[in-house]
Write a protein that binds this ligand. Structure first.
Ligand code: NDP
Length: 527
């Protein structure tokens, strides 16, 4: 009873969840503050970072560099390269910390998330500035990433408190209760593309539920993960509850996945790695007393569908923003636009007409640039290769060239007249490549949208309510948007996750998410 009151009091004290406001950079003060953060962050380039296991900093001679994709010769930070042995140590440290953390009352755990959110809010521009330099995000994209990270912290703190208050029916002569207890030790393995939001979302969900974790950031995004990890420490998270382990996914990551003391893996990344983790985690190791749980969020080949009744100006903008926000490096990116034949030519014309104003390209640390570099040399090669494939599969009507400069800059490429089964219409490219596909009619368009192995996001532009109702039922995606872009899911408002090969539909930022990090214990007590 006492516990319920404490939980209720904390919920009342912190108030309802509210989405973090995005920064209005048209205000000179805001723009100046962001400039200052960029300068500050640049002054910290090149620092060396340790692993942190059980609160102990471990500095390795074997390191790797995180570089600025706009200027690959700039080293953003130097990171220790953990191998098998240190990954095992990190799991052991988490297992030790779990014994105390799991007994820590939920309000104390939630308070650490709320405190971390406050610290992050106070250093919002600094966090965003790191992502401008480490991942090549433009100002607005970086700001949205930080805002989403703050939202996850605030939202999961409240959701965990609410889980404590869940009630079951009572049978006479008993007191009947249900308790959501943690799973144990988790490996948290995020991607580089929402390097703060996803890292914070997966890790804070696991932590507030009472688990202890090893956080293995993506090798293209260790710095921003470090910045977050420092905030967790500053907020008072006990040593060992979150262990910071940088190193190659194929070695350090895989060791975490395979370890017998690992109870769950929270992964967001490519389909190939996600399926590999799923398979490896399914095999019980000697001494492993549980079935490992995997929470896997993977790729997308998302579509914006436009019928002949849609507002074509709005659709053209929605298509461009969905396809090219953060250079198309979003699992939610609308990399296919499927347009009904009657308006195909008219809409293609509008898309090409709007593109140059919107898709300004250059260093993302300057506010005027919308398109920055792709994240790495590998990604650069992959995207250019797909552009070559696209030339054989469609008509290149916009962009598609690499810029002649040192960063990984590629002009956004738009291909018209692409067949629904072409490679650039089926495979996740994860870069600035848009395939325009002509459909006979609106139902055909939705069928084409459903014809990939993925099922993450989608948008439908139409003015006809019956068709919209049909799309709500038949457009097979985890996140459907009507008459708006297919990116930009908000925590608590658009719980995010996809179907089929897009993953386990774990609905990040939704009311069910924390159940994935808990197991429910029912107690019937005779009174
Ligand atoms: P990857 O799958 O390449 O990497 C993701 C993470 O897995 C990284 O931390 C990586 O480490 C690690 N990793 C790599 N190999 C292994 C392994 N064998 N065992 C364990 N861990 C491993 O994805 P990207 O980082 O390139 O991210 C892009 C992908 O993420 C896209 O496919 C995108 O669609 C997807 N994504 C999905 C989202 C969703 O919600 N559905 C959201 C955002 C992205 P290292 O970097 O060291 O290799």
């Amino acid at each position: 009873m006492q516990d319920r009151q404490t939980v209720q009091a904390m919920l009342a004290q912190i108030g309802e969840f509210k989405t973090e406001l995005l920064t209005d950079f048209s205000q000179p003060d805001n723009a100046a503050a962001f400039e200052a953060a960029l300068v500050k962050v640049r002054g910290q380039f090149g620092q060396k970072h340790p692993l942190v296991i059980g609160g102990k900093e471990i500095w390795l001679d074997d390191t790797f560099d995180s570089t600025n994709p706009s200027h690959p010769d700039q080293v953003v930070g130097v990171f220790s390269k953990a191998g098998k042995e240190l990954a095992e140590q990190a799991i052991e440290a988490a297992a030790a910390a779990f014994e105390t953390w799991r007994r820590t009352p939920v309000p104390s755990r939630a308070a650490i998330l709320v405190k971390t959110a406050a610290l992050m809010r106070a250093r919002k521009h600094e966090c965003s500035a790191w992502m401008v330099y480490e991942e090549g995000k433009n100002w607005v994209e970086a700001d949205a990433d930080t805002a989403e990270a703050i939202d996850f912290l605030e939202y999961y703190a409240r959701q965990m408190l609410k889980l404590e208050l869940v009630e079951v029916y009572q049978t006479p002569g008993e007191r009947d209760t249900l308790h959501y207890i943690p799973l144990g030790v988790g490996a948290v393995i995020p991607p580089w593309n929402f390097p703060l939001a996803i890292t914070v979302g997966m890790s804070s969900g696991a932590i507030v539920a009472g688990n202890a974790i090893v956080l293995k950031p993506a090798s293209d995004a260790p710095k921003i993960a470090w910045v977050y990890f420092q905030l967790l420490r500053e907020a008072g998270l006990p040593d060992g509850v979150c262990n910071y382990l940088t190193g190659p996914g194929a070695l350090a990551g895989e060791t975490l996945v395979d370890h017998p003391k690992t109870r769950f893996i929270a992964f967001t990344g490519s389909k190939e790695v996600g399926l590999r983790i799923h398979e490896r985690a399914a095999k019980p190791q000697a001494g492993q007393p549980w079935i490992k749980r995997t929470i896997l969020e993977m790729g997308g080949k998302d579509a914006v569908v436009v019928d002949e009744t849609a507002d074509l100006d709005a659709a053209a903008k929605g298509i461009l923003v969905s396809a090219f926000g953060f250079q198309g490096q979003k699992c939610s990116a609308g990399s296919r636009a499927i347009i009904v034949a009657d308006v195909y030519d008219a809409l293609v014309e509008k898309i090409v007409a709007q593109a140059p104003q919107l898709l300004t390209i250059g260093d993302p640390d300057q506010r005027k640039h919308y398109i920055g570099p792709v994240v790495s040399k590998n990604q650069y090669r992959t995207v250019l290769n797909y552009i070559e494939i696209g030339k054989g599969e469609g008509r290149l009507i916009y962009g598609g060239k690499a810029l002649e400069r040192d960063g990984y800059f590629i002009e956004p490429a738009i291909f018209a007249d692409v067949a629904p089964d072409a490679r650039i219409a089926q495979e996740e490219i994860f870069g600035p490549v848009l395939a325009l596909i002509k459909a006979d009619d609106w139902k055909h368009a939705i069928n084409i949208a459903n014809s990939t192995e993925f099922g993450l996001t989608g948008a439908y532009y139409s003015a006809i309510p019956e068709r919209i109702e049909y799309a709500k039922k038949e457009f097979f995606v985890g996140n459907l948007y009507i008459n708006r872009k297919c990116t930009g899911a908000l925590v608590g408002i658009h719980p995010f996750g996809g179907f089929n090969m897009s993953g386990t539909d774990s609905k990040a930022g939704g009311p069910d998410y924390l159940l994935l990090f808990t197991q429910a214990k029912s107690i019937g007590e005779k009174i």
